[in-house]
Design a protein around this ligand. Sequence first.
Ligand code: AMP
Ligand code: MG
Length: 408
Amino acid sequence: MNSVDEHLEQVLGTVRPLQPLPLTLGDAHGCVLAEDIAAGAPMPPFDNSAMDGYAVRAEDVAAAAPEAPVRLSVVGDVRAGSAPTYSVQPGYCLRIMTGAPVPAGAGGIVPVEHTDGAMGQVTIFQPVRPGQHIRRAGEDQPAGAIVLSAGAFLGAAQLGLVAAAGRASVMCRPRPRVVVISTGDELVEVGEPVPPGRVLDSNSHMLTAAAREAGAMPYRVGVIRDDPRLLIETLEDHLIRADVLVTSGGVSAGAYDVVKDVLSKLGTVRFDQVAMQPGMPQGFGVLGPDQTPIFTLPGNPVSALVSFEIFVRPALRKMLGADVLHRPSMSAIVTEPLRSPQGKRSYLRGVVERQPDGRVTARSAGGQGSHHLSPLAVANALLVVPEHVTEVPVGTVLAALLLERRTR
Ligand code: AMP
Ligand code: MG
């Protein structure tokens, strides 16, 4: 029997970050940048107004006050997007809008709120400091500066910066394409009638969503029967579109565990018992000319999703080029007694909560059977019980792998 860490080491030792490709900004969202991005021009590109107001010579309004306003002639209007053609002469000013180029000779911008807002002749009630309300060219970043480095994760703010730097496409590691297949003669596609003795396929929907949540691009094949020829054909058909294959079912010790029977003969996929609960039977290896990684997960839905969390998700994160592969972990104090089998690491489905006094507590999300799907949907954490621990009394501190970004 392998430990969880040994199995994970085998997985992470096999998968590689995907080769970078040029991606448009829309496609690059959620990907990891594989080049440094330089500002194509100064940011901002020219001196521009931070306010709607009047571009003035600072000395002309130096004495302006509410009780002693200054009057200036307004010789024109500078709108955002207009070319910088005007200049400001003594005794004159220009009306200017936010983002419009600051005319030559202007020492500052008087916000419209400090004036009567008129055209022709404007009355100004306050002075401006030299440079006030002018956003200088290159103030954010000078031309050529590296604004984002390879390895950065491209979220909303990063994509905004890349666009401002003038790049419509960037070199990124693409999202891994994950093909998801459910195996089992008993399985029925949801939406179809369910004959006696048959069960609905939940795994392919769950694992497809889990792959998408991990940042990958999933392709759900759906259900195939426990038929060796069909399994091989299906895998071969989908190798072309897969960076990773994920199957569920057919890897235990039963008589019709076809995935294990077929793939163990190929010699490139290993089937191991991993000292964990749920999820003991695990298969992992590579298939086809490109050595495409394949995960054959156990069929019980909870085992399948926990196995995905512990082994597949970190592998997908590595392929994406992410530097953080694992879920964030925090310590939580157990508020009810829990149990765990001797010699196996348990990943109990738990609810982690921050209490008003600041303590973080953990309780069971419900039934801990590997067929109990509803507690899985309630859980916001996997509570990790070490291999040698069998009884977890109230007050024990456990590591909790957080399945969402915040605790409730
Ligand atoms: P297996 O790993 O094929 O022995 O399946 C173990 C258990 O998980 C059985 O009760 C199966 O019916 C169930 N199971 C397998 N695949 C799925 C699936 N895709 N959706 C829901 N239950 C499944
Ligand atoms: Mg089966």
